[in-house]
Each structure stands twice: as structure tokens, then as C-alpha cells.
Ligand binder design. Structure first.
Ligand SMILES: CC(C)(COP(=O)(O)OP(=O)(O)OC[C@H]1O[C@@H](n2cnc3c(N)ncnc32)[C@H](O)[C@@H]1OP(=O)(O)O)[C@@H](O)C(=O)NCCC(=O)NCCS
Length: 182
């Protein structure tokens, strides 16, 4: 599976997927061209099977919409799409209170409910606001993943990531300024 930034030629396939979106389908995909929005598509064997639209806000990245082809669900595509848009700012989203499948999905990948907005949707339904505070795309050092591992601050975590790619733990240890460890 590949995940790439969408171009205009991806839009027909995104709109086709959109037909089975629960709730209000996306009529006009022009927002993907806004400078503060990014649309990514996932493909397997050339076929588009998912998308995620992100709004880059000053303090967070907000998932506007995401969708996986009903025939390709529960195989890790949704999680991969979210992982793809993680950065060093929190990730947020709003989801319909009735969309228990999506709420379970977001809970299982690390989001927590942060607020409830009554009457958020046009039909009067409320929204669950969900947040992933620490969405940094790094290894889980100091989070119990490794016994005796040093606790690494967010600043230090950033050093582990070079152009979005993780360095090996060995490389990381060699380059880490150990005196700055707390
Ligand atoms: C929500 C959605 C994007 C999930 O995509 P997906 O590719 O099926 O999710 P994944 O396969 O990556 O699942 C990741 C985890 O979430 C869990 N999960 C996914 N869908 C779930 C569901 N409906 N109920 C319970 N858990 C679910 C998976 O079991 C998996 O857990 P695991 O890692 O412990 O095995 C997909 O169901 C979808 O497109 N729904 C319709 C559109 C929608 O509601 N979008 C969200 C609102 S914007």
C-alpha cells in the first residue's frame, strides 16, 4: 500500500469512495487545494482505497474527514492514514456521536474524547471532539516500551526524526547529547 499527497487526478476516485460516507457526503472537494489543507490517498495495486483530509491549524492538525473503502476496512489502512499525518502537534477531530465504529477506531489508535458539542451537525446530532495530544511520529522511548530507557523530552524526540524518517535506536544513541538528558 502507498500513501501519497492527492493531486487533481485522484479526485474522481475520492468522490467515488465518498458515496458510501456515513453522514453528509463531500460535494465539493475544492478544500483540498487550500494552502492550509492536505489530502492524502492510500492505494493498493493502483486502486484508491482510502483518504484523509487534514486542516493545519496554528496549534494542531485537525482531521476534517477520513474514509476507507468498505471492502478494505479492518486491515490497517485507517491507522496507516492517521500515522501518515502525525507530526509534532496534537491531532484533533470531530465525529458524530452515533458513529460508534469510527469512535471505537479512534479510541483504539490513541485518541481520547476531549469535549462534546451538542447540536454540532445540521440534523441536530452532537459531535465528540477527540484529541491525540502526543502525535509525534517517534519511537516510544521512555513510555514503558523499554525498561531502563532514558526519558526523552519532546525536543529530544524531534532529533530522532530526520525528514519524517526514524533513525535507528543505535544512531539515535550515538548522536544524542546525553548530558542534556534529565
Ligand atoms: C473509521 C475507518 C476510517 C477505520 O478504517 P479501517 O481501515 O477499517 O481501520 P483499521 O483497520 O486501521 O483499524 C485500526 C484499529 O481500529 C479498530 N477498528 C476499526 N474499525 C472499527 C470498528 N468499526 N469498530 C471497532 N474497532 C474498529 C480495528 O479493529 C483496529 O484495532 P487493532 O489495531 O487493535 O486491531 C473506516 O471504518 C471508515 O472509513 N468508516 C466510514 C467513514 C468514517 O466514519 N470516517 C470517520 C469519520 S470522519
Amino acid at each position: 500500500m502507498t500513501i501519497t499527497k492527492a493531486s487533481q487526478k485522484d479526485i474522481p476516485a475520492v468522490m467515488e469512495l465518498e458515496k458510501s460516507f456515513p453522514g453528509t457526503p463531500w460535494k465539493n472537494p475544492s478544500s483540498f487545494q487550500k494552502p492550509d489543507h492536505s489530502l492524502f490517498v492510500s492505494k493498493s495495486e493502483g486502486k484508491t482505497n482510502g483518504y484523509i483530509l487534514v486542516h493545519h491549524k496554528p496549534d494542531s492538525n485537525h482531521i476534517v474527514k477520513m474514509m476507507v473503502d468498505p471492502n478494505s476496512r479492518k486491515s490497517g489502512i485507517g491507522k496507516s492514514l492517521v500515522n501518515h499525518v502525525k507530526s509534532d502537534t496534537p491531532l484533533s477531530l470531530n465525529v458524530r456521536a452515533s458513529n460508534t465504529g469510527a469512535i471505537n477506531f479512534y479510541n483504539s489508535i490513541g485518541f481520547k474524547k476531549s469535549a462534546e458539542h451538542a447540536g454540532y451537525y445540521k440534523n441536530g446530532e452532537s459531535a465528540h471532539e477527540m484529541l491525540m495530544e502526543d502525535a509525534a511520529p517517534t519511537v516510544a522511548i521512555g513510555n514503558g516500551a523499554m525498561d531502563n530507557a532514558p526519558v526523552v523530552s519532546k525536543e529530544q524526540q524531534k532529533k530522532i526524526v530526520t525528514k519524517g524518517k526514524l533513525k535507528s535506536f543505535k544512531e539515535f544513541c550515538e548522536e544524542l547529547d546525553t548530558e542534556s538528558l534529565q
